[in-house]
Write a protein that binds this ligand. Sequence first.
Ligand code: LLP
Length: 438
Amino acid sequence: MTSSIEHLAGILPDGATANAAGHLVVGGCDLVALAESYGTPLYVYDEATVRARARAFRDALRGYPGRSTVCYAAKAYCAPWLLRIMAEEGLALDVVSGGELHTAAVAGFAPERISFHGNNKTDDELEMALRLRVGRVIVDNVEEIGRLADRADAAGVRQGVLLRVNPGVTAQTHAYLQTGAVDTKFGFSPDAVGGAVKAVLARAALVLWGLHAHIGSQIGEIEPYAAAVERLFALAQEIAKLGVDVREISPGGGYAARYRPSDPPADGPAMAGEVARMVAESSRRHGFARPPDLAIEPGRAVVATAGIALYRVGSVKEIRGVRTYVAVDGGMADNIRPTAYGAEYTALLAGRAAAPAEQSVAIAGRYCESGDVLIREVRLPRPRHGEILAIPVSGAYHLSMASNYNLVPRPAVVVVRDGSSRLVRRRETYDALLSAEV
Ligand code: LLP
């Protein structure tokens, strides 16, 4: 890697470099050439980085003394090509909707390796999960226990479930990304767990395997996981009194990614290894004869760094003494994260990856909102109209949250590997935008 992009190691996909022309190269492909042939905005995923992260999570749990599973949280990005890779790498899957479940089915994902989450699954979705025979439904509320059991009875299926519990842990992250604090819409609060267990035990169609918690997302510290694991085992011990043998524990996902050189280093697999040690230790301390099966659910940390967004620069507008706005052909509809969470990114010019930075600019999106600014401040060589701007760490929660705001078609997606590229998702057409209109 040439010196000027060295500081982006761990932010760019693995093995990213600059070629003799000074162009950014990912997966052996020149990103300027990719933008030329596929158009922009373009999302590029590096297959080797996806596989390396998936494997690193599997490897991180190898020391766990019981059975362990890494469930990829599909909400981070869900597409058939990606789910096939996850299956090949030995990961299981966490889905949260009929749409994700359908995608998993289309990808041929083994249904018994799918967990179905959600705080308000519809009747249709529950029926679909039963029909497809998913391995686990993570039940979130009392109403769902009844609705699921009724349908399982009707379908003649015994459905494995985990109870989602709210551990009452406030993780250090954006308030919108906290899911395990006392005040949350997700899961059973500790005082409701006993009643939920009784409700499940009363239904022969449901098999209670254990407990699940998810404390939030983009979490860089291990302490909240320690607190959540401790709470899960305390609850497990309590419900043992009701005759429940907790055979599975799932402390969720949430491992942070590093988005900018100034962000603290992030090592999701290392954190997951730490969580596995805490689970093993807690299970001993709480008198478990053998450690329960462990499932973790990383989403972002598996795919974020593998993805890079390419945009074409339109205008460069200087407001003297205030700011220079570099407008690109994408924005909040393909990446809502800066607008929704104040998320911060870095950028580079794909055609001048090794050139020294000359000025601070803002990267503005193309959508009709003042809040559509992808980056408030980044130092770049002075961008010119027509150049390709690359925003790294775009692999998670961009396309999965993308919209057609302003009726702009969503970007194309290519996967790069060993110097070749393949289109995995076409750029939407104007007709596709209207295809559901009656
Ligand atoms: N498991 C459950 C039950 C979850 O709700 C989530 C994420 C995950 C696992 C995966 O979390 P991860 O490892 O990706 O942090 N749109 C937001 C993130 C929302 C996360 C929602 N739940 C963002 O762009 O930051």
